[in-house]
Design a protein around this ligand. Structure first.
Ligand code: GLN
Length: 539
């Protein structure tokens, strides 16, 4: 049983400073020094989870092995640390209150008045320590969403204050701030950092380490100034300069000594060596690609950079595995018609049709699949992207002009995608989809098998609709093969078409399992197919 130490990461000045990347980078470095680490995100909003939030609000919803719908930062945690997360790694204010209210209804508070302090803060502390109490981790990194000073984050900061007081040197607080550069004055400004640290101090928390996001290097005198005014040691002022890639950040943090500072502050022996060679190797290939290709990402949220986060990252990983830079051309699905598909999609080395919900942009996705199928362009469809592939095939090959998914047209005579039986009577929207990891059997005569090299795989899901098996034989007869199937339920997981270089569409989401250490085989295979297509077309 390990003695767990706790690292809290707060943020000040503005949102979007990259607390998730700092936490992930620190985890990577601590792992490199032989420690076991997990990262947790506390989100101060009242939704029970982000599953009901639309991507405009919250970017992508990440899904864990155990089927939790979580904040997209958990995707970064997994991609950096190559360790799966779970429901316990993402807790919202809504979940905290729900659990306290449930206990109150059961009479567990024995007649006392239930209050923010101590009951809500105790529940927050319980959720933080839950991971530590598994005995599996040397360090639990807990990232607090939002910005210090927000009304919503007050109970979380109070819980940290109490844990710091209780745990002493078994805990450490890292505060991430912004040190802006004013070009008119040609100076970096420390005042916002000073103010945000003051705000944290007013709430009873003295940060141990301050990580400063900046676009220009911090001079020694700026570091000294921040140290003096924020009451931290000078070695605890860490520069975090803008990087070309998020994957550069662990190395930047290592050079600045963030991991050593954490170990020193928590009285943990510091080993000389950090095993980070594989990471450096990945960075070498990332920054020195031998080939360039362009994939079209077809979706209805393409203007949002975080909406398809895991897909974008998985394409980077698949690219690095092929020593290839994958350029992503975002194509709005609402804008693709059968007539303009050629113009919109010309010159691409591959087409990826994204997941989604609801009718908007679906016809464009179907048109994009048709273009990829007919012109034999490497194609990958994910979840709704796979369902669109099935609908397209039913319409244009089987000849059912009105074929559709029941989600989009409840009256269609040919519901080739239908609601899953267990979904029919569900009324609550939150947390009720088919979620998380399920097994899938892979047929050997397929591109899918070529990618995985395995006949049994497990992948994560997030959907309510499925391939309608009543049409299975007809699809097979006309050249659409089912190459992945759930062995327990016969649910279709993957379809491919014959006589096509790479047409692989899955009901599951492969992107959630791609990491730096283990690029996902389907993305590796897709990039390889795009490279081959590219080479053939440029010769
Ligand atoms: N809307 C589809 C379903 O619920 C697809 C979901 C998705 O793409 N994640 O089945």
């Amino acid at each position: 049983m390990k003695k767990t130490k706790y690292i809290f990461v707060t943020g000040g000045v503005t949102s979007s400073l990259g607390k998730g990347i700092i936490s992930s980078s620190l985890a990577k470095l601590l792992q490199g020094r032989g420690f076991s680490v997990t990262i947790q995100k506390l989100d101060p909003y009242i939704n029970i989870d982000p599953g009901t939030l639309n991507p405009y609000e919250h970017g992508e919803c990440f899904v864990t092995e155990d089927g939790a719908e979580t904040d997209l930062d958990l995707g970064h945690y997994e991609r950096f640390s190559n360790t799966p997360t779970s429901q316990a790694n993402n807790v919202t204010t809504g979940r905290i209150y729900q659990s306290v209210i449930n206990k109150e209804r059961k009479g567990e508070y024995l007649g006392s008045t239930v209050q923010v302090v101590p009951h809500i803060t105790d529940e927050i502390k319980r959720c933080v320590q839950l991971l530590g109490h598994t005995g599996k981790y040397d360090f639990v990194i807990t990232e607090i969403g939002g910005t210090v000073g927000d009304i919503e984050s007050l109970p979380f900061v109070e819980a940290i204050r109490q844990m710091r007081w209780e745990m002493g040197q078994d805990s450490v607080v890292i505060h991430l701030t912004l040190v802006p550069y004013l070009s008119a004055a040609q100076e970096l400004k420390t005042k916002p950092t000073q103010h945000s640290v003051k705000m944290l101090q007013e709430q009873g928390v003295q940060p141990d380490i301050i990580v400063c996001r900046c676009e220009k290097h911090l001079s020694q005198s700026i570091k000294s100034k921040i140290a003096l005014f924020c009451n931290v040691e000078k070695t605890s002022v860490i520069e975090c300069i803008d990087a070309d890639s998020i994957y550069d950040v662990p190395i930047l943090m290592m050079d600045e000594g963030l991991d050593k500072e954490v170990l020193r502050k928590t009285n943990t022996p510091i080993s000389e060596k950090v095993d980070i060679e594989n990471w450096k190797n990945f960075l070498h290939h990332l920054h020195n690609p031998k080939h360039d290709i362009t994939v079209g990402l077809v979706g209805k949220y393409v203007e949002l950079k975080d909406a398809y986060k895991s897909i974008r990252e998985a394409l980077i990983h698949g690219g690095v595995a092929n020593e290839t830079k994958v350029h992503i051309k975002s194509i709005h699905s609402e804008e693709i018609t059968r007539e303009n598909a050629k113009d919109k999609l010309a010159g691409l080395d591959g087409i990826l049709v994204a997941p989604g919900f609801g009718n908007r942009g679906v016809e464009g996705k179907i048109n994009a699949v048709e273009y990829a199928r007919v012109n034999k362009i490497p194609f990958m469809g994910i979840c709704l992207g796979m369902q669109c592939a099935v609908v397209e095939f039913a319409r244009n090959v089987l000849g059912y002009a009105d074929a559709h998914s029941r989600e989009m047209n409840s009256d269609t005579k040919h519901p080739v995608i239908d609601i899953m039986a267990e979904q029919k009577n569900i009324v609550n929207m939150g947390g009720t989809m088919r979620l998380g990891a399920y097994p899938c059997r892979v047929s050997e005569d397929s591109n899918l098998y070529k990618a995985y090299g395995e006949t049994m795989i497990s992948e994560r899901h997030r959907h309510r609709y499925e391939f309608n098996n009543e049409y299975l034989e007809e699809f097979k007869k006309h050249g659409m093969k089912v190459t992945g199937i759930n062995p327990d339920t016969n649910l279709v997981e993957v379809v491919e078409v014959e006589d096509h270089p790479w047409y692989v569409a899955s009901q599951y989401h492969p992107e959630y399992k791609s990491t730096v250490a283990k690029p996902h085989p389907m993305f590796v295979g897709f990039v390889k197919a795009m490279l081959e297509y590219h080479d053939k077309n440029t010769k």
